[in-house]
Design a protein around this ligand. Structure first.
Ligand code: GTP
Ligand code: MG
Length: 474
């Protein structure tokens, strides 16, 4: 049985090691392939720094353990008792710990004295892991929201949570515990100050907590009883020689917690760190990707709008239909190439033409009507345009409005093609699960053609009038 256990243990540890390596590799990969321009990094400094910190943590095998709980329940005292030194300030006033503090905890065989062989072995094997203890300000009913946010933030970063209570669990404690549980980290519920309860009482409280209060949240195995800074009654002689009973701080009773931590670290220390790292990396990476897309989206939008106007102008100014269509396509291809550069998706001219064909094909009816409009209006425009010098500008008015409409319609089609290309590129040059038609339909449905047309017409009119005004002067 023991042999089997040992085999399973070593297999688990081997698996943990692999997970650990994998986490490290993928984090390095994310950091090396951030692919963010300086201006894109702006506002993401904290996230990038977090990624670097997580990598450091993985490289140094650091496990972070944080103490949470209501004010004055003995969080700082519990951590001090674990280390065996008064590192964190403690005191009877509520809110002694105001900021997050941390310290390193080196596990040595001496920490556990002449413990059983098993513990000695555990300590030896856990020694390669650095432990950081983190003290937090207590949760209280005042400033509840801010503290809750802080608690969640820390909880999402650490690997193991010690939730310190000092008696039966209160409603606020239960709520906080539920919130911490949501973060998905292992939790040890530390029932501290047991010296304040007679033996029978503390056992009864323990039973109530484990069997009733937190039954849905924790297993009895995850609850330990300690006295981090017990008060012991002592008889002392005062200066007059009278014997007086005083209360003094006694030796901490923290062993059950130490052993529980060690057990967890031994069993899943490295897996825990790896898992947490992956969770955080996943989350941060998603944020980075979103930001990247958002930023590129803005630039893409500018490119698309500019091209739509260019095309509208080209079409409006060009009196021959064949050239209209040709220049139009050239402008679209140039836009696709521009966008592909923006999204770092290398594309040849041929590739861009193919993509344009694909989009035009999927657009189907829309591009057809677009072409019909172009054909119909173009010939009209040609006639009017050519006629204008003879008629001394008489037909200039219809020319302008026809040309503007025609140009704007062409602009809308470019705008649409641009939007479709953008989505395709943002998805890493793929149409996604539902294929190009779904993307195209989605975009068409979301476009407000009339307003785009209206805007383009306005811009085009302004542009054309600017172009024509020097002529008038001459
Ligand atoms: N009797 C007894 N008192 C304890 C025990 N542990 C801590 N205390 C006392 O409880 C008080 C609060 O302890 P702290 O460790 O400062 O509690 P905290 O949770 O860090 O408090 P804040 O930082 O204010 O949120 C101190 O006076 C400690 O001496 C214990 O096991 N038994
Ligand atoms: Mg404290």
């Amino acid at each position: 049985m023991d042999d089997w256990q040992a085999t399973i243990d070593s297999l688990n540890r081997w698996q943990a090691e692999i997970n650990y390596q994998k986490a490290q590799e993928s984090l390095r990969h994310v950091l090396l392939n951030l692919d963010l321009k300086e201006e894109e990094k702006r506002g993401l400094e904290a996230e990038i720094e977090r990624l670097q910190l997580i990598l450091q943590k993985l490289e140094n095998s650091v496990v972070q353990i944080a103490a949470f709980g209501m004010v004055g329940k003995g969080k700082s005292s519990v951590l001090n008792a674990l280390i065996g030194e008064e590192i964190f300030a403690t005191g009877p006033l509520h809110g002694v710990t105001r900021d997050i503090k941390q310290t390193n905890w080196r596990l040595t065989t001496e920490t556990f004295g002449e413990g059983s062989g098993n513990i000695q072995r555990l300590v030896r094997e856990t020694e390669e892991v650095q432990i950081q203890l983190i003290d937090t300000p207590g949760i209280d009913e005042i400033n509840g929201e801010a503290r809750e946010k802080l608690a969640k933030e820390i909880a999402s970063q650490v690997d193991l949570i010690l939730f310190v209570i000092a008696g039966d669990i209160t409603r606020v404690e239960y709520q906080a515990l539920c919130q911490l549980r949501e973060v998905g980290k292992p939790i040890i519920l530390v029932f501290n100050k047991i010296d304040q309860y007679p033996l029978a009482d503390r056992q009864e409280i323990y039973e109530t907590i484990s069997n009733v209060r937190v039954k849905q949240l924790l297993s009895p195995d995850e609850i330990v009883m300690v006295a981090a800074s017990p008060l012991v009654t002592m008889a002392v002689k005062d200066s007059t020689g009278k014997i007086r009973i005083v209360k003094k701080r006694g030796k901490p009773q923290i062993e059950p917690l130490r052993q529980k931590i060690l057990e967890i670290l031994y069993r899943e220390g490295k897996s825990l760190v790896a898992l947490n790292a992956m969770l955080s990396v996943g989350e941060i990476n998603q944020k980075l990707v979103q930001q990247k897309l958002l930023y590129r989206d803005k630039i893409a939008e500018r490119i698309i709008q500019k091209t739509a106007l260019t095309k509208a102008t080209a079409i409006a100014l060009n009196p021959v239909t064949a050239i209209d269509l040709f220049t139009g396509a050239l402008i679209d291809v140039a836009m696709i190439l521009n966008l592909s550069q923006l999204y770092h998706i290398p594309m040849t001219k041929e590739g861009a033409i193919q993509l344009l064909q694909k989009i035009a094909f999927t657009l189907g009816g829309i591009s057809l009507s677009d072409i019909l409009v172009t054909l119909g209006l173009s010939s009209l425009k040609g006639i009017l345009g050519i006629a204008s010098p003879v008629s001394g500008g008489l037909s200039l008015l219809p020319y302008t409005s026809v040309a503007i409409t025609q140009g704007a319609v062409a602009g809308v089609s470019t705008y649409t093609i641009g939007q479709i290309t953008k989505v395709y590129l943002a998805k890493g040059a793929s149409w996604g699960e539902n294929g190009p038609l779904a993307v195209v339909e989605n975009i068409i449905n979301s476009l407000d053609e009339t307003s785009i047309l209206h805007r383009l017409k306005g811009e085009l009119r302004a542009k054309l009038l600017r172009k024509r005004s020097p002529k008038r002067q001459s």
